[in-house]
Design a protein around this ligand. Sequence first.
Ligand code: ADP
Ligand code: ASP
Ligand code: MG
Length: 274
Amino acid sequence: MRKVVKFGGSSLASAEQFKKVEAIIRADEARVYVVPSAPGKRNSKDTKVTDMLLHVYATACDGKDITAEMEAIKARYNEIIEGLGLKNFSLDADFEEIANSLKTEPEKDYTASRGEYLNGKIMAAYLDIPFIDAKDVIFFNEDGKLNTYKTQRMLGAKLAENPRAVVPGFYGMGKNGKVKTFSRGGSDVTGSIVAQAGRVDVYENWTDVSGFLTADPRIIPNPKPIKYITYRELRELSYMGASVLHEDAIFPVRQVGIPINIRNTNIPTDEGTW
Ligand code: ADP
Ligand code: ASP
Ligand code: MG
């Protein structure tokens, strides 16, 4: 039995959350491929790192000083690195590279993708397993759609060489040789693609609710999780705005019959939705 485990932004928003994630991964040796999102909100007033990156990109495009914004992003990661007690690990060189790109030739998708890239590097160091850069294994066509054939071939080969690995969510390589992202929430799509290419048995999608609920919990208090839902129903509801899973995350696993299990990082004993 092998599983892909994708963790959303709130599941990885702080060192404390990373520790919960580590415990989940260690609890089941089938959890071999890890797909992290960028750090999300630590509380309702917080800002997702992806939004901070998009903001600093806009600041750079306006030709304004990016120092303060870059420092704030760096602080989010350093808080995690220090909280995990990671020694001999630093993202300083990466931050220098990102700042340089913003000062010389700012690119929106590349900048936005750094949230997952940096979080993936931390995750790989913390778990002590290989890091596979998504730009080397996930490819887009000229029209911006996923190049399924090339991705499955390259990613499949890379996973075959690596029995365990971290693959950051949300991005891949565009036809022009530059980093390209999926639409927002796209780490779910990466998880599904990795599950398909790795021919795993289950795609676990770990979030901040105990599965697919009968209503949006931000509108209706205490809705119950649905135990089983078909791919078709899930896709339809996702498309209609039940934002728990990106609508494009269903097709890759559905094609090869891998079940999705939506689960809660904060209550890992809950069975979630199948
Ligand atoms: P992640 O950061 O883990 O990818 P998301 O924020 O993308 O998580 O999705 C989880 C959120 O989706 C929940 O916190 C909840 O507020 C929202 N949501 C909306 N509709 C539903 C639903 N029917 N069932 C579960 N969650 C829902
Ligand atoms: N970090 C990206 C976003 O905020 C992708 C994701 O979380 O799935 O949209
Ligand atoms: Mg999401």
